[in-house]
Design a protein around this ligand. Structure first.
Ligand code: BG6
Length: 493
């Protein structure tokens, strides 16, 4: 993760370049990089898509989305106008070999030191695109390919994608993106763990009681019914984002910031996850599906009433899992993973609960009635902070305790506006050639191997997901998952 030098010139080619992800997230992310002076002058972005758009029409589309999705505080008309000069559009049907000729012409006319092909397309196109790029001589030692999720539907389909891409691009040219790894707080977790000696002796089963990792979303599935109904929350969020966060919490200190040093340690965590039997799936997982409810003060439809969702769909929009890691550091420590759509708020955080004192001598806080243990909260979004909760004596003549927090608020500490998306850092890293924050093939495979028994058991269970009202924290059964271990859900700060 140490900073490699930025190349003197680059070309970034977005396949699916007029699509939602590119116009809503990736171009705004590149704009932020440009605005912060992080791009070299000779850096160009070519958006390739099969939509029949003139360059002007594309720029209008990019403009419209940018105005909508770039936060007002970051929007600068003049800077955007400058950034726009980096953009170009090319209509290509990626399945048609002869249509790659104009792409080749554009790329060869002014060759760049590095060319990054970002495939923001359906995965069934990955092999075709990689094959055509290679045949056109566009796959050289300084070419890279970024693969956007979903990378498969299960282990077999993920391996098939790997094998297809592998025929043309070497693993060191392949960048499997998980945008959660680009979020500052995830890198800060590394800094906290491996840049300070303080936590290391505590970071283990003797001192940590449980870990709760939550990615809650208030939104529903929006216009993505086609994709979402085939995927569900387990494939969409757990197989990738949540397991990656778990890896950063649980990994051993890497020997260096080298890409493979980090990814080797993450792989070991994935390999140590206790596999689920069918009985474990019933006991340690909860899946839910939202029903009509209230979100942001407005009534919202249930999942089954969303456009294009097949009647009676069993796709889960909520998942809770109790995972365990079988190694010396973590044996017996539950890792609770939660994610869902149409929950009360948008929130991503990691909460580490430390064990309670072995012998309490102070009166318990009168309000809570119980002595909750110390905890470390790493908040990823919407705000970013690391907060350590400890007990202090209440002012006055009693010896009653009260939780207080030691706070590291990044926005206040660093006095810079921080963007929370995650794509900025990852796009820059792909251009620089730094794979540390990208998922390696064996990690990808191992994550699928772990979730597959859950997928299979759920698919064979006619009961389907448990309902929860939109705007609530998911099915009650997810709370029981913790409560029966004598653990409470971490609430509020
Ligand atoms: C994506 C999922 O990977 O992550 C979406 O496909 C989800 O369903 C999104 O909404 C959440 O990302 P973020 O950064 O907004 O928390």
């Amino acid at each position: 993760m140490s900073q490699l030098p930025f190349p003197e010139s680059f070309k970034l080619v977005f396949f699916g370049g007029a699509g939602d992800l590119v116009t809503r997230k990736l171009l705004p992310a590149m704009y932020q990089c440009h605005k912060n002076g992080l791009l070299v002058e000779a850096g160009h972005i070519l958006c390739v898509d099969r939509q029949d758009l003139s360059e002007d029409a594309f720029l209008e589309l990019a403009d419209e989305k940018a105005r909508h999705f770039i936060p007002a505080a970051d929007w600068d008309e003049a800077v955007w106008a400058e950034f726009r000069k980096r953009l170009a559009y090319l209509r290509i049907d990626a399945t048609q070999p002869e249509q790659y000729a104009p792409l080749k012409e554009r790329l060869k006319k002014a060759p760049a030191a590095v060319t990054v092909f970002y495939l923001s397309t359906a995965p069934f196109l990955f092999a075709t695109i990689c094959a055509h790029l290679t045949r056109q001589g566009l796959n050289g030692p300084n070419s890279r390919v970024v693969l956007e999720k979903p990378l498969g539907h299960d282990l077999a389909s993920s391996n098939a994608i790997t094998a297809d891409v592998d025929r043309y691009f070497h693993e060191n040219q392949v960048y499997r993106i998980d945008h959660y790894l680009g979020k500052e707080s995830v890198q800060n977790l590394m800094a906290l763990r491996f840049g300070n000696a303080l936590f290391e002796p505590l970071w283990r089963r003797m001192w940590i009681r449980d870990v709760q990792i939550t990615i809650a979303e208030d939104v529903g599935i929006g216009t993505r019914a086609g994709f979402y109904d085939k995927a569900g929350a387990l494939r969409d969020m757990v197989q990738n984002h949540l397991l990656q966060l778990l890896c950063f919490v649980a990994m051993e200190p890497p020997a260096s910031l080298d890409s493979n040093a980090i990814r080797n340690e993450k792989l070991k965590v994935l390999e140590s996850l206790v596999p689920f039997s069918e009985a474990d799936v019933h006991e340690k997982t909860v899946r839910g599906q939202y029903r009509a409810g209230v979100s942001g003060g407005k009534p919202v439809p249930g999942y089954l009433e969303e456009n294009d969702i097949p009647p009676g769909s069993h796709t889960e929009t909520f998942v809770a899992i109790k995972a365990e890691i079988a190694n010396w550091r973590w044996a017996g420590v539950p890792f609770y993973l939660f994610t869902g759509k149409r929950l009360p708020e948008r929130l991503a955080e990691i909460v580490i609960h430390f064990h309670d004192v072995p012998h309490p001598i102070f009166p318990l806080p009168s309000k809570s009635g119980s002595c909750a243990p110390a905890k470390l909260v790493i908040r990823l979004q919407p705000d970013e902070f690391i907060r350590l909760y400890l007990y202090a004596k209440q002012p006055g003549d009693s010896m009653e305790l009260q939780p207080v927090s030691l706070d590291l608020n990044f926005a206040e500490q660093f006095k810079v506006r921080r963007t929370e998306g995650g794509y900025e850092r990852l796009l820059l890293d792909a251009i620089r050639g730094n794979q540390a924050l990208f998922v390696r093939q064996d990690e990808q495979e191992q994550a699928w191997r772990w979730v597959e028994p859950i997928l299979n058991t759920w698919a064979a269970d006619p009961k389907g997901p448990e309902p929860y009202a939109a705007g609530t924290w998911g099915p009650a059964a997810s709370l029981h998952l913790l409560e029966r271990d004598g653990i409470g859900w971490h609430e509020g700060n």
